[in-house]
Write a protein that binds this ligand. Structure first.
Ligand code: SAH
Length: 345
């Protein structure tokens, strides 16, 4: 196993069989997690970066088969925050020590290029020392450009799966794999720190798809990678599908750290949802970011991507003191900085 991981760290190519072994082979996964932890410490020491996650709208024109806020779900009540409410979240977050704000939402037609531009400019004006990350889905290149011009630093757009046929099983016909990949390329070219990512254990996913994901990450070299288990939502076509497993997700986090030693990798909320210590285990398997929920408390329940999504306690911005404590228990340290990716040159 260490022969393979050392080849990964230096950017080497692995055969299908070698990837297959690393992903699902019968070996002690703890050794893999330890290797990943060693690599994260070379570049980031014990630092854990925090991001205040503001879920700005759960209106969505898309119909992803796995997602609870999909257009076809008529059983949730929809909300969107105003620009003032978003700024109020930032104010609260800044006081708590957050220096990155992540604005995430469904693909809400109300969010014109100009509306988002104004909100980003407002945040950057008030908090010039903070990074702004956007996660608003697929948009025309000119929107990405204008938001970057007013100071948006990073953009999260998970590729979801690097296999076109698999992508088509997770999305309705109107949503295109090639278009999503094009958006990712646009973001990178424009100069965003760009985040890709995937769900582990999504319906129809086999090891083959995960191998394609790893090869895509190796080729695309995103600065950030979000990896969480798939978790069913009761009002979606995938309601009866099993969730992705903890060990499988940790394995993919660790392999991602080895493949992209300098990446920013969150211990995701979904990981914290499937196991009470999921977040700490994610950090020990190579993750170096956590994204506590900074949305107004009264809307948090409505941003229901999947069932039982945690948004209280240490997943909440107000729980930061407790989060710092448990991060310290795990052997790391929450730092109050923008937490940009270290240069890849
Ligand atoms: N509209 C934005 C944000 C999507 S929600 C965009 O398109 O990027 C953020 C992420 O949540 C998605 O990219 C997806 O990977 C994840 N997600 C959605 N439904 C999920 C589920 N049922 N289980 C686990 N993760 C899910």
């Amino acid at each position: 196993m260490t022969d393979l991981t050392h080849r990964l760290i230096v950017g080497g190519e692995l055969s299908d069989d070698e990837w297959r072994y690393l992903i699902e082979g019968d070996y002690e996964k703890q050794l893999l997690f330890n290797e990943a932890d060693k690599v994260r410490r070379w570049h980031y020491g014990t630092d854990v970066y925090i991001r205040g996650l503001i879920e700005i709208s759960n209106f969505c024109k898309n119909d992803c088969l796995y997602c609870g806020i999909r257009r076809s779900n008529t059983n949730i009540s929809r909300y969107r925050l105003t620009g003032e409410e978003i700024l109020a979240c930032c104010e609260q977050g800044y006081a708590l020590g957050f220096r990155t704000f992540v604005l995430q939402g469904g693909e809400d037609a109300y969010h014109t290029g100009e509306w988002v531009e104004r909100v980003v400019a407002g945040i950057k004006e008030k908090y010039p020392d903070c990074a702004v990350t956007l996660s608003l889905g697929e948009r025309p290149r000119e929107d990405y450009e204008r938001w970057h011009q007013v100071g948006a630093d990073r953009y999260l757009l998970r590729h979801e799966t690097a296999s076109r046929s698999h992508y088509e099983k997770l999305h309705p016909p109107g949503q295109s794999y090639l278009r999503r990949m094009e958006c990712l390329r646009d973001l990178k070219q424009i100069g965003y720190q760009t985040g890709a990512g995937l769900m582990v254990g999504s319906p129809f996913q086999k090891t083959e798809e995960l191998i394609a994901d790893m090869r895509f990450l190796q080729a695309f070299q995103p600065e950030m990678v979000g990896i969480g288990p798939f978790i069913p939502h009761h009002d979606t076509p995938f309601a009866g599908e099993p969730a992705g497993s903890l060990e499988h997700t940790l394995t993919m986090v660790a392999l991602t750290r080895l493949t992209l030693p300098k990446a920013l990798i969150p211990a995701t909320t979904a990981l914290g949802t499937i196991h009470p210590q999921g977040r700490e285990m994610g950090l020990k398997a190579g993750a170096n970011v956590v994204m506590p929920n900074l949305s107004p408390v009264n809307v948090r329940g409505q941003y229901s991507l999947y069932d039982n999504k945690v948004c209280t306690g240490q997943e909440a911005a107000e729980g930061l003191a407790a989060l710092k404590e448990s991060v310290a228990q795990a052997g790391y340290r929450v730092v109050e900085s923008r937490g940009d990716a270290v240069q890849t040159s």
